[in-house]
Design a protein around this ligand. Structure first.
Ligand SMILES: [Zn+2]
Length: 99
């Protein structure tokens, strides 16, 4: 299964410049709109309209990803159905022999 964008994490350097790195998921970026350094407490605060733009783009991609996964499973099943039907067809056809 493809990883959802909302679960994907990015790493940001501490805004203050302490040696710690901030790991944050896109979900938290979009919904919490801040990324906090766990060592010194400095944080990034993201703009609400930028976060909201990112959120709708992210949700759209995640929704389409789900749909593609669902459809590709359906396709797999339908291809199997087709193969079975094809085997059945070729198993015992009526023969008409001409001399
Ligand atoms: Zn820090």
């Amino acid at each position: 299964m493809a990883e959802k964008l909302e679960k994907r994490k990015i790493e940001l350097p501490c805004p203050k410049g302490c040696s710690s790195k901030i790991q944050i998921s896109y979900y938290d970026i979009c919904y919490r709109r801040e990324a906090k350094c766990s060592r010194c407490g400095s944080k990034y605060k993201f703009g609400s309209s930028e976060a909201s733009n990112l959120k709708s783009a992210m949700n759209y991609v995640d929704r389409i990803t789900d749909e593609i996964e669902r459809k590709s499973k359906e396709l797999e099943r339908k291809v199997q159905d087709f193969q079975k039907a094809n085997e059945r067809l070729l198993k015992s056809p009526d023969l008409e022999i001409k001399n």
